[in-house]
Design a protein around this ligand. Structure first.
Ligand code: MG
Length: 323
């Protein structure tokens, strides 16, 4: 078994869990290439030899992993998403067991699911066009402002930095959003308009119900409130009802589609999977890339299948920890 681990050493708290993972993964005769990303890494370059491996492990925060998954789109090599970031929301949405040895086992068993990715595109302030892939959520408005405000505190506070930033920002900008979903247009006033491939956020809360990464559709999420205090309401509902199926989500409306165009009446900040883009934008488009990511899943994952005992690389039940 040949494994490529692409690790961002600057992600999250500098955890060394990926090295425990590597130790649990390796058997006699295996090879592992451990590639450390530089600060200015280029995703395409970092994974250009991916097809020479049996498994590619992406280890970092959500922004790093999304950019690498996008660079690997439509390749057939199985990809294991390893949580080394602050929030690890992609990992939470895939839903694999949370333990380096369990993830190593899933890599040896080699069960995969083909998951969708999203692609977002907007005009920069200098008139040039930017296009990025995303795996979770991207878009404009309040939550990009939160991400931006949280940045300085992330290394110390972790996930709490997002909540602190949200509470410190009581009057977000209200825009009129013109939302076109597969040719049908809606107009709504709100503080954020996002496109989501996956909708589970911090605390295992799904901000909208029934969002899946394998249905070939993106979900457009509009937050229709002008007040941070009101945002606490859907969050409180989220704590009582994680899936959103019984209590619903006050102030949040959503649409499903393949091709999306959003125009905002006021220029607003934009974020791609938690990374804030420079400048402000007045419009963006997004489309789904169906089944573009072949991801390792275990039986814990909602995208996994029951364990039938088969294993691609064998001896998966022997965990190689030293005595
Ligand atoms: Mg979907």
């Amino acid at each position: 078994m040949r494994t490529l681990v692409i690790h961002n050493p600057r992600s999250g708290f500098g955890s060394d869990a990926v090295f425990q993972f590597e130790r649990a993964l390796m058997r006699g005769g295996d090879e592992c290439v451990m590639r450390m990303l530089r600060d200015d890494f280029e995703a395409q370059h970092a994974c250009e030899d991916a097809d020479e491996f049996d498994v590619v492990v992406l280890s970092g925060g959500d922004g790093t992993i999304s950019s690498l998954l996008y660079a690997l789109r439509d390749r057939t090599v199985p990809v294991c998403v390893f949580p080394s970031g602050t929030a690890n929301l992609l990992y939470a949405n895939i839903g694999n067991a949370l333990e380096p040895a369990a993830l190593a086992r899933a890599c040896r068993i080699g069960k995969t699911a083909d998951l969708d990715l999203g692609e977002i595109s907007w005009e920069r302030e200098d008139g040039t066009r930017a296009t990025h892939g995303f795996a979770l959520m991207s878009g404009t408005g309040f939550d990009a402002q939160i991400m931006q405000a949280a940045l300085p505190n992330k290394p110390i506070m972790g996930q709490a930095a997002y909540f602190a930033a949200a509470l410190a920002n009581p009057r977000p900008t209200v825009s009129r959003f013109k939302i076109s979903v597969d040719g049908t247009t809606y107009e709504r006033d709100g503080i954020a308009c996002l496109v989501a491939n996956a909708a589970m956020i911090q605390g295992d809360i799904e901000i909208i119900p029934d969002c899946r990464m394998d249905d070939g559709l993106l979900d457009v999420i509009v937050v229709e409130t002008s007040d941070t205090a009101q945002l606490l309401k859907p969050l409180a509902f989220g704590l009582l009802d994680h899936s959103g199926r019984s209590a619903g989500r006050p102030h949040i409306e959503s649409f499903k589609g393949r091709e999306i165009l959003i125009e905002s009446s006021v220029p607003v900040p934009l974020e791609v999977d938690g990374d804030v883009a420079p400048g402000l934008v007045s419009s963006y488009s997004a489309r789904v890339l169906p089944k573009a990511a072949r991801v390792i899943v275990d039986p814990m994952s909602p995208y996994g299948t029951a364990d039938d005992g088969s294993s691609r690389f064998g001896s998966s039940d022997v965990i190689a920890y030293p005595d």
